[in-house]
Design a protein around this ligand. Structure first.
Ligand code: SAH
Length: 246
């Protein structure tokens, strides 16, 4: 029987190569096989020459993880690549669940990456300096009722709120309803930062306020950050005070 291999679940960061961590590059270099969604594999083409590549389309995440576990069982050293941080709406959890389901005892190592909210916050200024909540508006795997409840709770708690998966071509009303819920707790003037393609080629950045946020382009390549009651925008920077006297 082969010696069992390993799966590294590798976060590739927001897109630009300079945001791939040295540790992620080490894992990719050590792997003999790369598994991932085609777009992400394309992103790291120069790093993976000569390795076996197994890519498939979107929404086939479980299948991808089963493939990675089975290849590791055969003794392969597999890098399963995921955008941003693999533990934030990424592949890490699915891989661990699939490993348990298959009763596999392969080694797994998760390599964190720069997640979209960190990349976007750095572009906007410093909007996450106080407590914040990340909410995905995708209802593919979570009921909209539960997402709606979380929006209410985060707004009631005066959290800064970051929205992942804010709007797709088929899902346009959730962001509208989110804005209406937020307006029942937050001022219409609350600062909002919208970043498209953060740290991924040409970023598009918009700073606006809650009541106007839907007049700007929002899609699945975008992240939206809504401030708390102390957040302000000054000289093109969105700032949430931590509380220091400055
Ligand atoms: N694991 C990823 C998130 C996957 S969910 C991470 O940690 O970043 C996909 C959503 O993340 C997108 O719909 C978008 O809202 C957000 N996103 C990912 N990369 C982004 C980027 N470079 N710029 C803006 N938003 C991004």
């Amino acid at each position: 029987m082969n010696k069992a291999g390993k799966v590294w679940v590798v976060g590739l960061g927001p897109g630009d190569h300079s945001y791939i961590t040295p540790e992620a590059k080490n894992a990719i270099a050590a792997a003999d096989t790369i598994v991932g969604y085609k777009t992400y594999i394309d992103l790291i083409k120069p790093l993976i020459e000569g390795k076996t590549m197994i890519s498939n389309g979107m929404r086939r995440e479980v299948e991808r993880c089963e493939t990675a576990v089975k290849l590791a069982e055969e003794g392969r050293e597999v890098a399963l690549v995921s955008s941003g941080d693999p533990g934030i709406y990424g592949m890490a959890g699915i891989l661990l669940e699939v490993k348990e389901q298959l009763k596999s005892d392969i080694a797994v190592e998760i390599i964190p990456g720069v997640t979209a909210v960190s990349a976007a916050a750095a572009i906007l200024g410093a909007p996450l300096m106080h407590d914040f909540a990340i909410i995905s508006l995708s209802d593919c795997l979570t009921d909209w009722d539960r997402i709606r409840k979380r929006i209410h709770c985060a707004a009631d708690g005066d959290f800064v709120i970051a929205l992942y998966n804010p709007k797709s071509s088929q899902r346009v009303t959730h962001i509208e309803e989110t804005k209406e819920i937020l307006l029942t707790y937050k001022s219409p003037d609350t600062p909002v930062g919208i970043v498209r393609n953060a740290k991924r080629g040409q970023s598009e950045v918009t700073m606006t306020k809650l009541e106007d946020m839907l007049t700007h382009k929002i899609d699945m390549l975008t992240i939206v950050i809504i401030g708390n009651s102390n957040t302000y925008i000054k000289n093109g920077k969105m700032i949430t005070p931590r509380g220091y006297s400055v």
